[in-house]
Design a protein around this ligand. Sequence first.
Ligand SMILES: [Zn+2]
Length: 382
Amino acid sequence: MNRRLFLKWANLAGVAAAIPSASAFAQTASHGTTGTSAKPASPETILLKDYRPQSIYKVPVTQIAKAKYPVIDMHSHPYAKTVGEIDEWIRTMDEVGIEKTMILTMSTGPEFDRLYGQYSKYPERFEVWCGLDFTGYDKADFGPVAIKELERCHQAGARGVGEIHDKGKGLRSGKLNAPGMHPDDPRMDAIWQKCGQLGMPISLHVADPIWMYQKMDRYNDGLMNAYEWRLDNQPGIVDLSGMVDIFERTLAKHRNTTFIACHFANLDYDLARLGEVLDRNPNLYADIAARYAETAPIPRFAAHFYEKHADRLLYGTDMGLDKPMYQVTFRILESLDEHFYEVEQFSYHWPLNGFGLGGSILRSVYHDNAANLLSKRGTNPA
Ligand SMILES: [Zn+2]
């Protein structure tokens, strides 16, 4: 398991506290045995999982220690588990230029209250968002019960909802699942409407990267990451395109509610379609979290997309809290560096390229779009 997936898994499983340090894991995980025994290295013996090409090009290399403008990170999770770890995270945020971080807890009840208690001590630096209570999703009183808990979390200080997942099997909030119930299900209507009334945006993760749905064969462009999280072997799930359709139906039904599509709605491979979805749905933003390596292979197309939709894209990370993690994202957004590898960070052996985004685009994506979205909360008609 690579570092990004590991952190995500650790967070979902609630075991991140047990990790000595994320980079230590990356070290041990990435220098394991090649599994090639005594055979000499050759194209016949080097496995794809062990492939670590190093760029041969003498081209500019840009070191970006701190983002060019102040940043609001719209997609993170409660990675820091203790007061000391939270203090260290704030020091890192200061050093790299992160003004504020959204902590998407995915939780409700006592777990939300505990996390809120930890992070709300720093109201200038963190916002804590709650999950949804899907416990009684198949019971008649599901809506009222879930809304009651949503209102309680809001009263306690939650300013948004997230991260809510639907990877094709149904909605999920942390460990709570609602099999077969998708975002456009009528049972969700009153809940999404209430989010709008309370001025709570929803961070919604639909589908997953396209290579997870494709055949696990030698033609799969993302094979180095795809196999572990494969979805091609799960018949009956709603596919990526179907999930985007479901998302659009949800957006159309709830124009007074603001949604944030996590990870470009997993349309990072088809940004033209995402552009159309954004054009059709004024109540939608998209975050760029954890899709840096997926867009850096197409820097010109991606940069054009950023330019065209600069007012709808939100910076996010979703990849832990290490300083180098933030710095890689800045390099991809700000520099025009070409053909560099970040295998330890992203687990792709694809060469990456910077977008060289201009100042006004960077300001919008790093900060201003998020600031506008956050400041306009609470103004929706009840
Ligand atoms: Zn996330």
